[in-house]
Design a protein around this ligand. Structure first.
Ligand SMILES: [Zn+2]
Ligand SMILES: [Zn+2]
Length: 414
């Protein structure tokens, strides 16, 4: 275990979210990175830009978002028939066809959550500029980090690329305004993310009159939402942002197991059952995930086939095996390869969302290809199982607390 500070923790104390080591942030300059001394996790990357840069990027992203909402995205011309899709057409068709959960999921991660993330960023940054009550802003900005992985415009655009390549082989396809707006939105949001220094925002939102750090009984505890370290115990409220405090994520192991096992069970039907049915000139063919990949490779689209193979087969499998291994090793109190396991956790956490490519592809094909007996695409049971696998594995990674791996480590601190 780590040595607690002698004095009550001041605002520079941080707990590493991945190994649980308490350390003092070093004095760093803009452009520099403070890393955890034990597991190398980035604790603070101090940005060079002021908060005006992410604010400008977010305002631009807001404009792109509006265009993406109101303009058409794609047009398809097939056998003299015409079809037009907006960004919400795919989810709506999924709901109409009885796949309401997948439709709701696609709608949430492509429209609702990116919009919410933008609204949080804009409200916080504009609120700081115009001196809105910081208590409100803290309550809002708390949700910025948890929402971020679920705003999937970037993944959606890759799914679009796969769908477009398939469509362009069959029909004449025309890209429309909303698609360019989505690309602009993705770039503007990425720039805003890269320029937004959450530590600086939290320091700007800090209340000068907050409860002073005390030397009371109770160990050190850090806030998952804002990083503030205090003396206290599970169940107390953060003295900066009022979020409830936990020494470790509650019921981490059992929740992570439940999600992992559920996802592993669904991974089998997700691969065995057809993902989508494609009717072309009164002839219907069903595709499994693997069948779709083989077809992409058959027509010579090797890079896309490799991309889908990686995103749809390899990533979910890696996540399931990785989570199983980490959970077992943690439960059996293994202090083996802690550095490696922490790195593996980071990778699994980072790549998980990219598995949604195939789900987005189906939602785009469904939106456009509905020409009755001439050409029609329908989702099938494999798609709903697969979407569930992606979401459940993301929940599993989120529920798992990597600090538990290090808690088992009995070796004295180096
Ligand atoms: Zn660490
Ligand atoms: Zn907090």
């Amino acid at each position: 275990m780590t040595t607690p500070p002698l004095a009550p923790p001041d605002d520079d104390w941080r707990e590493c979210p991945h190994c649980g080591l308490f350390s003092r942030l070093p004095h760093i300059q803009p452009g520099m990175v403070a890393e955890c001394p034990r597991c190398d996790q980035t604790l603070w990357r101090m940005r060079r830009a002021t908060l005006n840069f992410p604010l400008a990027c977010s305002l631009a992203a807001g404009l792109f978002y509006l265009f993406a909402l109101i303009a058409p995205m794609l047009e398809v011309d097939a056998y003299g028939r015409f079809s037009l899709a907006r960004i919400e057409t795919g989810p709506l068709r999924l709901v109409e066809a009885g796949w309401g959960l997948v439709g709701a999921l696609v709608f949430a991660v492509t429209l609702v959550l990116p919009g919410l993330k933008l609204a949080i960023t804009l409200t916080t940054l504009l609120g700081l500029k115009f001196h809105l009550p910081k208590r409100w802003l803290r309550g809002i900005f708390r949700y910025y980090a948890p929402i971020t992985p679920w705003a999937m415009i970037d993944v959606y655009l890759l799914g679009f690329l796969v769908a477009y390549t398939r469509l362009a082989g069959m029909f004449s396809v025309r890209l429309d305004t909303a698609l360019y707006a989505l690309i602009g939105l993705m770039l503007a949001m990425a720039a805003a993310d890269a320029g937004l220094d959450q530590e600086i925002v939290w320091r700007a939102l800090d209340q000068p009159d907050k409860t002073a750090p005390s030397a009371q009984a109770g160990g050190l505890i850090s806030c998952d939402a804002c990083g503030q370290v205090s003396n206290g115990e599970t169940g107390d409220l953060c003295r900066r942002c009022d979020a409830p405090l936990f020494t470790r994520k509650p019921a981490s192991i059992s929740r992570a197991w439940a999600y992992t096992i559920a996802a592993a069970c669904l991974y089998i039907p997700a691969n065995l059952y057809p993902f989508m049915d494609l009717t072309s000139l009164a002839h219907t063919q069903s595709y499994t995930i693997m069948g779709g990949i083989v077809e992409l490779a058959d027509v010579g689209l090797w890079p896309l086939a490799a991309l889908v193979l990686f995103a749809s087969i390899a990533i979910p499998l890696l996540k399931l095996l990785g989570m199983g291994y980490m959970l077992l090793a943690t439960q059996f109190c293994s202090g083996h390869m802690l550095q490696g396991r922490t790195k593996a956790y980071r990778i699994i956490d980072f790549i998980g969302r990219w598995s949604m490519i195939d789900v987005f592809m189906v939602s785009i094909l469904i939106a456009l290809v509905h020409f009755g007996q001439f050409a029609n695409v329908r989702a099938n049971v494999g798609a709903i199982c697969f979407a569930a696998v992606v979401v459940l594995t993301m929940f599993a990674v989120n529920a798992f607390d990597p600090r538990l791996m290090w808690d088992n480590d009995q070796e004295p601190e180096a």
